[in-house]
Design a protein around this ligand. Structure first.
Ligand SMILES: [Zn+2]
Length: 338
């Protein structure tokens, strides 16, 4: 009798707990977590800094960092809102802590080489701006100047690493050649190349200004390997995904690399230009290199004020230094040298 009573009380308690649900949206806002959402497949990836948790609507499986599978209450859609139960929220909450701990517990690949990729060149000028005196300003020239200076700094700071550049003059290099060149760098086990593509933005909106860093959304990497029709959350898909851990690690390293560069840019030019944040896009060169890769947009050539900075040599040096510091701090973090 006593036992039955206990069971009843316990069930009531569980019942009450299950009621305290939260919407995914409010969870994101509260914890500063970002969501990548694939509406077609009903699959979402929550990014807790460099850690990712992937889930599927109505499926009880949550995959941590594309490898460890956890089972909790399935996320449901109620009144157009994705609802998470308290059990799920407490599992997710265990990822809301500072990056230092997470980075320390991870095995990153050693940086063997750095590949600098100044965009455009030769017959491809990239973004162009006409000045009032009739002359033109080309993206290809700004990014080359920044890239060459960056190469110099990296060479003297990291004499033990290979520092490559996709072009060191005003020549045309196709996107395929850039990706092939970077992919051909020989690496040992657990070694990687860092790929940084440098660009300058332009917009029809003359007021647009600021810098941003792009990386490949992890789902794009998966898309190349797992067919679109194969959905997440079933046994066979799980096997597929386990095989892709290495590719996903590259995504995680790219996110960390992007954040490192953005925060140095923010520090060094944030008072002059605006930080437009980290963005995800499937750029050709970023998509086709098998390494941590980012694409940096230094600023808008179409904005009169920002253009006056971008064409200024001393500002270009500051930009190179910001990229240099971002690369340096990423290397020190993953290699644990400091
Ligand atoms: Zn460009």
């Amino acid at each position: 009798m006593l036992r039955t009573l206990f069971t009843t009380v316990f069930i009531v308690f569980i019942g009450a707990t299950a009621v305290s649900e939260t919407t995914l949206e409010s969870y994101l806002v509260k914890n500063d977590v970002s969501l990548q959402w694939d509406a077609l497949r009903g699959v979402g990836t929550l990014w807790f800094g460099i850690d990712a948790v992937t889930f599927r609507l109505d499926s009880p499986y949550y995959v941590l960092n594309f490898s460890d599978i956890h089972r909790f209450d399935a996320p449901k859609v109620i009144n157009d809102e994705i609802i998470l139960t308290e059990t799920t929220v407490s599992f997710l909450d265990s990822f809301v802590f500072d990056d230092t701990t997470r980075i320390a517990s991870r095995d990153f690949s050693r940086v063997r080489a750095i590949f600098i990729d100044p965009g455009h060149g030769g017959q491809d000028p990239g973004a162009v701006a006409k000045l009032s005196n009739g002359s033109s300003v080309y993206e290809k020239d700004i990014v080359l100047a920044v890239g060459l200076h960056l190469q110099e700094m990296l060479k003297s700071r990291f004499p033990d690493k290979e520092i490559h550049i996709s072009r060191d003059s005003d020549t045309y290099v196709s996107l395929e050649e850039r990706a092939d060149f970077a992919n051909a760098i020989e690496l040992g086990t657990s070694e990687s190349t860092l790929f940084v593509s440098i660009h300058v933005n332009a917009s029809l909106n003359a007021a647009a200004q600021g810098f941003e860093v792009w990386y490949l959304p992890p789902k794009v990497v998966r898309k190349n390997l797992v067919s679109d029709t194969v959905a997440f959350g079933f046994e066979e898909d799980t096997v597929e995904i386990l095989n892709r851990i290495k590719d996903e690690e590259v995504s995680i390293e790219s996110v960390l690399f992007a954040r490192s560069i953005l925060s140095e840019m923010d520090e060094q030019i944030g008072h002059i230009s605006s930080n437009r944040g980290i963005r995800e896009e499937s750029w050709y060169v970023v998509r086709n290199v098998k390494m941590p890769a980012v694409l940096v947009e230094l600023g808008f050539i179409s904005n009169t004020n920002e253009r006056s900075y971008l064409i200024d040599e001393s500002y270009q040096d500051i930009l190179s230094r910001a990229l240099f510091s971002g690369i340096e701090s990423y290397i020190l973090t993953v290699e644990g040298t400091e």
